[in-house]
Design a protein. Structure first.
Length: 109
């Protein structure tokens, strides 16, 4: 049973198509996040390359592969969050921003 609703940004959907070999593992990880997005995830701050990822969270798919997402209830409270698209969404919404290898994910590619 999921307690949260998922929304997938265009970048996330595009990258999911790119990494077909990991699709099953990515979907399994998403299912776990939708049950409890705070379990085994990391709240991010500034990343290298000057990107502001405050308010975003990261979750491991495997050793070098990450999901980047925001939880509307959390990112609304962080004024510096540049990826909060939660204006018309409930607090129980999770927006999946991107997925990919560590460097690409944290660069929001």
């Amino acid at each position: 049973m999921t307690d949260y609703q998922a929304i997938y940004e265009q970048r996330f959907v595009k990258n999911l198509q790119r990494y077909l070999s990991l699709r099953k593992r990515i979907k399994q990880r998403i299912e776990k996040i939708l049950v409890n997005p705070y379990l085994n995830t990391e709240l991010l701050a500034d990343a290298s390359g000057g990107l502001n990822l405050q308010g975003c969270r990261s979750a491991r798919v495997d050793y070098n592969f990450r999901l980047i997402f925001v939880i509307c209830a959390e990112c609304r409270k962080i004024l510096e969050c540049e990826y909060c698209f939660c204006d018309d969404l409930s607090n129980n919404t999770i927006i999946f921003l991107t997925v990919g290898p560590h460097e690409r994910a944290y660069e929001m590619k």
